[in-house]
Write a protein that binds this ligand. Structure first.
Ligand SMILES: [Zn+2]
Length: 454
């Protein structure tokens, strides 16, 4: 199968390209740039459009497996399909320590069934903590439990997971010794340590230092997750300085962020443990419930207490971050885009269906950052940070994951009221050399494969 994409503006920051070229895809790879021969099975006229590497979502969550052991592939509501419609061709799932399924087995399932986008996995620490028998998230693990976790996490890395993710915020009993012991598996493969760090707002600086100390001690690359919801309350400038200071030491630290001023988490999570309103300086009404009988409503103390007790898994949206702080994050050259996408039965935060086009619409189109820089944050930066040599780039031999969009009309449409709405302005999404989405509609739901680092 040969696809020739003619006359588009090729933006490929990994190869420092931003100019008009023809691109030939063949058998799942980039075969040529400006080929001499024009023959192809499919020719796409991309004049006036941007042609760039498929977007890489370095921070996605879901690994949805149904009771019959297959991956949930619902056309409208499954997250890999909302990802595909917004131009993502590779999503890294299993972040914040949370996986629902054994992450290496999930990669095998992806290859067996095929998914809409390529899937890479982080090995989620909390899953293995619970599996080891340590079920008290506020308490420490025993030596035997730590040894079991370390062995199972290392096995995940040897089977292709890109790194280990932690939700330190969600497991307050996780201490330095447990972090060091369980993270050591990454040293075998050079995997990345990713973390939703222990605390946010004014406590974010100490929380970042705690995590960075682990990467420094083990000489491993790190990823600090969704920094907008960690430092987006007036701490962003100092937080970015803190990270830059550590990078100047030679540490490899990535930061990701999503372009919204509200975060999303379960009502039962530790984020809402006592003291949360003081931390954010807010009332109960900043929390909107996404599911159940109060769906779409803001909380009162009574509703908050009732749902936290009776339906702790209820997804919430919390409207507390400052937009100018999120803007500050994206203007920083070291911050990439991660959707932090989660969906539960098709409900949740619009970032799962809109984060990537929103970065272009809200930042590049308005001149806050250049289009080239926006593409960089969605392609080359995550690929390089994760050590993926054939993703996030379009040189000859790279995987044929491509997005073609109209730089004038591209826009996210997903909202908090309608979180699944497909964006507009994305003409084609090509996954492993197959046209997978066209004009916002999915035409192939199984072109994706597992992405492993072994
Ligand atoms: Zn998180």
């Amino acid at each position: 199968m040969k696809i020739l994409i003619r006359g588009g503006r090729l933006i490929d920051p990994a190869n420092s390209i931003d100019s008009v070229h023809d691109l030939l895809l063949q058998d799942g790879r980039v075969a040529a740039i400006d080929p001499a021969e024009a023959a192809a099975d499919v020719t796409i006229d991309a004049a006036g459009k941007v042609v760039c590497p498929g977007f890489i979502d370095i921070h996605m969550h879901e690994d949805p497996v149904l009771e019959d052991g297959t991956i949930d592939n619902d056309l409208e509501t499954a997250i890999q399909n909302t990802m595909l419609r917004m131009g993502v061709t590779t999503a890294v799932a299993g972040n914040c320590g949370e996986v629902k399924y054994h992450p290496a087995d999930y990669l095998d399932l992806v290859d067996k069934q095929g998914t809409a986008v390529n899937i890479a996995m982080m090995a989620g620490h909390e899953y293995f903590r619970v599996k080891s028998g340590c079920t008290d998230k506020y308490g420490p693990a025993t030596e035997a439990q730590k040894a079991q976790m370390a062995a199972e996490l290392e096995e995940c890395l040897l089977r292709g997971c890109l790194g280990i993710s932690y939700g330190i915020r969600y497991v307050p009993g996780l201490d330095r010794d447990e972090l060091l012991q369980t993270a050591a598996g990454c040293r075998v493969t050079g995997g990345v340590l990713a973390a939703h760090i222990r605390d946010d707002a004014e406590a974010v600086f100490a929380a970042a230092e705690e995590f960075i100390d682990i990467g420094r001690t083990l000489s491993l690359p790190m990823e600090i997750s969704h920094i907008g919801s960690m430092a987006g309350f007036g701490q962003m400038e100092r937080f970015l300085r803190q990270v830059d200071h550590c990078k100047a030491e030679g540490l490899k630290i990535g930061c990701d962020c999503y372009p919204y001023d509200a975060f999303s988490t379960d009502l039962g999570s530790t984020t809402y443990d006592d003291g949360w309103r003081d931390r954010y300086g807010c009332g109960y009404d900043v929390v909107e419930l996404c599911e159940g009988k109060y769906k779409g409503q803001r909380c009162t103390k009574e509703i908050f207490d009732e749902v936290r007790r009776d339906f702790p898994a209820c997804k919430t949206i919390c409207y507390v971050m400052m937009q100018e702080e999120v803007d500050l994050a994206f203007r920083h050259p070291g911050v990439m885009l991660g959707s932090d996408g989660t969906l539960s039965s098709g409900q949740g935060h619009p970032r799962a269906a809109g984060a990537f086009p929103r970065l272009i619409a809200r930042y590049a189109k308005k001149g806050v950052i250049s289009l080239y820089e926006a593409v960089n944050k969605m392609t080359a930066m995550p690929a390089n940070h994760l050590g993926l040599s054939r993703k996030g780039r379009l040189n000859v031999g790279a995987d044929a994951d491509v997005v073609i969009f109209d730089p004038e009309t591209i826009e996210d449409r997903a909202t908090f009221a309608e979180p699944l709405l497909a964006p507009k302005g994305i003409d084609y999404v090509i996954v492993n050399g197959k046209i997978a989405a066209r004009d916002g509609s999915i035409v192939c739901r199984n072109a994706g494969k597992s992405v492993r680092k072994i």
